[in-house]
Each structure stands twice: as C-alpha cells, then as structure tokens.
Design a protein around this ligand. Structure first.
Ligand SMILES: [Zn+2]
Length: 134
C-alpha cells in the first residue's frame, strides 16, 4: 500500500473551493456575512443564524489541540500506524478533525499549539494536517 491507496475525500460543488485552496497551501473557512461566525465543515447555511450568505475567507491556520487519540488499528492497511487523530480549535473559533503530523504521538498533548501543514495525497487532494507549533 502507498499513500495514493488511502481513501480520500471527494470534493463537491460546495467543498471544491476548500480543496482548491488546500492544493495552493491555503486554508479557507466559510464566514457568515450576517453574524461573523466561522463555519466548518462547509455548509449551505450558517449554523448560528441560519442565513445562506457565507463567504470563503482565509484562515491563519493556527490553533490548539482540544483532544486527540492515537490510532494503532487502522480502518485500512493504507494508513501507516501509529497516527494521531485530533480535534483542533482554530484561533478563528472553529474546529477541525485532522491529523497531527511531524511528531511522535507521545509528543502530542491537549492544549498544545499547532499550525496547519498541508499534505498532498493525490493530484486533487491535499489534506490540511497540523504540526506542533512550539
Ligand atoms: Zn450567521
């Protein structure tokens, strides 16, 4: 198995701007034009005030780990273990489920500061992973 055997997301009309930006090394998030909430995962409506006027904006890509787990038994052999799955809260106030990369699992900790690091998987998909920032 290689990296390209990994199951990957399938962009939709709604999510393609997000994936296109990831390919360029930029992290986008939707921001509500009415209430200013940052919305992730991409949605048709703001989850806070339910208007449908959301605009893509660039995220700084920095935040901290809310919680995480270390995976030792992957869903498919395409994933090399161990790897870290984490909930990261970005400084803009939204959360992503992602991977922590570039550090051994024992170095990962709740509240650790992180920054985005893009991991190309296929020509179409570059994943926004995170690395420890300190
Ligand atoms: Zn809103």
């Amino acid at each position: 198995m290689t990296l390209t055997d990994r199951p990957v997301p399938h962009p939709s009309t709604l999510t393609e701007p997000f994936w296109a930006a990831c390919r360029e090394g930029r992290l986008l998030v939707q921001r509500c034009d009415k209430c200013g909430a940052h919305v992730f995962i991409p949605q048709e409506f703001c989850r806070e005030c339910h208007v449908d006027t959301l605009t893509w904006v660039e995220s700084a890509g920095v935040g901290h780990i809310v919680t995480y787990t270390v995976v030792w038994r992957p869903q498919t052999p395409a994933f090399e273990v161990p790897y870290v799955v984490a909930v990261v809260r970005l400084d803009e106030g939204y959360e992503m489920i992602t991977n922590i990369v570039g550090a051994p699992p024992e170095a990962v900790a709740i509240d650790a500061p992180v920054r985005v690091r893009f991991t190309p998987v296929t020509d179409a998909i570059t994943l926004p992973c995170f690395e420890l920032a300190a």
